[in-house]
Design a binder for this molecule. Sequence first.
Ligand code: GLC
Length: 422
Amino acid sequence: MTDTLPPEAVFSERDEAAKAILIANDRGGYTVPTAGLYPYQWNWDSAFAALGFARFDLNRAWQEIETLFTGQWESGMVPHILFHKPDPGYFPGPDVWGCNGPIASSGITQPPVALSFAPRLLRQDPDFGAERFRALYPKMRAWADWFLRWRRDEKGAIFVIHPWESGRDNAVDWDNAMEGVDPQGVGYYERRDTQHVDASMRPTKYDYDRYIWLVQRGKRLGWDDAAMAEGNPFRVADPTMHFILLRGLRELLVAGDHLGLDTEGLEAQIAGLEEGAKALWNTGMGFFDSYNCNNGIWANALTNASFLCWFGGVSAPEMDRHLQRVLDAAPYGVPSLAPFDPRFDAKRYWRGPTWAMMNMMIGEGAAEAGIALGEEVRKRTQEVIANYGFVEYFDPMTGEAAGGKAFTWTAAVWLAWAGKEG
Ligand code: GLC
């Protein structure tokens, strides 16, 4: 796996602008994804932030991940949001979740990108990072073990128990399972997201009722993993989680061996997830896909998560061709859903738009697998950010900026990958 983080001394004007966003979104030891819309620490956003910081402040980069792990639960789970300081502008806040981890938090997790990015920080400066990595290592292993214990289905694929867990909130992947959630009794609640950005770009009320109902179920069960596993109405096997966890395990093995840490069990875990990846292969469609674990129904959706296979070190020649088709159809990066899918919606969040951080994992993974299109993905991501700004996401057909502004992970992806000279 290549290290893409040479600390370059020369900063372009755009690099400086990206750096300024990270600094402005820094709340002291952690960054918020963007002021207003997302005022807390989000799990996978922070992992990207760390890579951005690593271009100009390696100490701060480590700190971002260390702060994330201060929220780790006894079970090993690392929450998807840490509510470090109260902010009334966000819903659902700590009281709705009702969790009692070491820091007020949500009760679900997010893709464990940090497992892959901590080893990168280590590679950038092994002397500087060795002690910090050593301290994080058992925590990272515990998180991975938790995934394998509580989020692996009968076929060996990693699943999510809430759409927010995957980080792809309203993707078509969840539609079938969402139909099986009856949000009766969800009660009155007031959304805050639509006060910050246009409602036409956000998930619908139909989705939101179910998101909140699932949160209420977890709270009622005290967020106890065993209790929640029983009769769980929402379990969807997810390529995002699966491939990101698989890569994380591979990176932990290399870094752990390098530092002489105890890596027992990792090889078997990797082999297990390599085998489990086969369960995500939708034979009818010929691509990696998600399925509802409760009834086996496929999403039949070619998404940006399908293309994370290479990031996970898994190749399939069909996927190269699919990537070409998608890039032919959408000029501005890999869209979150193939434009030729009738469910495609160019501006609605995870049902069409291009996300820079997904493009980074896709582009890097493809390049590592020797696929020339990986570099093409990088160039297109560079172009769309350069022309339309460091926004949350982009319309993949027109490049138009959408969602929140001055976004941490878009700025970080620029610094770590997209903005580098080709
Ligand atoms: C949205 C995204 C999620 C992200 C969060 C903060 O919920 O779907 O992936 O982590 O915002 O940026």
